[in-house]
Ligand binder design. Structure first.
Ligand SMILES: NC(=O)c1ccc[n+]([C@@H]2O[C@H](COP(=O)([O-])OP(=O)(O)OC[C@H]3O[C@@H](n4cnc5c(N)ncnc54)[C@H](OP(=O)(O)O)[C@@H]3O)[C@@H](O)[C@H]2O)c1
Length: 278
């Protein structure tokens, strides 16, 4: 359960209580924690990802602990029809989605030319195309209702090019810019869009991306990251810098030539590449 903090809990309950949230990538890591925290705030949750067994377990835990409603809709967001299927299973079935959490995503660490073009294509589809498609489907209904919250799972990697994670970092800058621009565009309708920018966070991300464990030595737990992200979403902050995001370094980078930072990152990350991708 999230740490008790009456002011925070009241803010989250006011923003999210009694609303339906759609959480993509709810079967693990940050998405699972977001679903738990939203349910703790009194939101009903639609859980989606590919692993249905995990989603069903989580739904059962949520119902037993928080007495909110849940709906499990397994979907593979690398398939072009998946966002429409999620829309049909929710708004199309009379469930108004007031909170859209665009969280599902994955990365890859290794030299670009040794990576798989199919893996990269799927990464761009899940991390970017599905986010655009889902937002296109759900945002107009939020605007009609004059209420809604959208979270984009960006990253601390969304502030500069990252060698050996080139496609991934590019997808995350896409998510951040999309989120920032949309927030400015839809505020007038009472909708808030916030881009959460975590640094290394405990989850299955490193394993999926082929990052060795030392790269995640200083990873922070998902709980404080999600706590900050949901509070900033509720408070209408367009960008959220959770613990471990390195906000100070992100600020400093503004004053340094980007090529210099990128070359320094290349040197640092070269050592972290798994042998098979080097
Ligand atoms: N952990 C970090 O250090 C970190 C830092 C910055 C940003 N982020 C971002 O945070 C988000 C969540 O990542 P995480 O760290 O929680 O990683 P994670 O533990 O690996 O979780 C990723 C989630 O995305 C889902 N997913 C992956 N491919 C999918 C697909 N094709 N269709 C539907 N769902 C899919 C996975 O579910 P299934 O496998 O069951 O489909 C899983 O639920 C990502 O967007 C990531 O870029 C993570």
């Amino acid at each position: 359960m999230p740490a008790a903090n009456p002011t925070r809990n009241a803010t989250l309950a006011r923003a999210f209580g009694g609303r339906w949230a759609l959480v993509t990538g709810a079967s693990a890591g940050l998405g699972e924690q977001i679903a738990l925290d939203l349910a703790a705030a009194g939101a009903h949750v639609v859980l989606t990802a590919r692993r249905a067994d995990r989603l069903n377990d989580l739904a059962e835990r949520i119902r037993a602990t928080y007495f909110v409603q849940t709906l499990v809709v397994p979907a593979d967001l690398s398939l072009p029809e998946a966002p429409r299927e999620l829309y049909d299973a929710t708004e199309g079935a009379g469930i108004p989605i007031d909170i859209l959490i665009n969280n599902a995503g994955f990365g890859y660490l290794g030299q670009f030319h040794r990576g798989s073009p199919e893996w990269d294509r799927r990464m761009v589809t899940v991390n970017c195309a599905a986010v655009v498609h889902l937002t296109h489907l759900f945002l107009p209904r939020m605007i009609e209702r004059r209420r809604g919250h959208i979270m984009m799972l960006a990253s601390a990697a969304a502030f500069q090019p990252i060698p050996y994670m080139s496609t991934y970092a590019a997808t995350k800058v896409f998510d951040r810019f999309l989120g920032e621009a949309l927030d400015a565009e839809v505020r007038q309708y009472g909708i808030r869009v916030s881009s959460l920018c975590p640094g290394p966070t405990e989850s299955e991300f490193g394993q999926v991306a082929g990052l060795n464990s030392s790269a995640f030595r200083r990873a922070v737990p998902a709980e404080p990251v999600v706590r900050r992200g949901l509070l900033d979403l509720a408070n209408g902050r367009p960008i959220s810098y959770p613990p471990g995001s390195g906000a100070f370094f992100i600020f400093l980078e503004r004053f340094l030539p980007r090529t210099l930072v990128t070359r320094l990152l290349e040197r640092g990350l070269r050592r972290a590449i798994p042998a098979r991708n080097a």
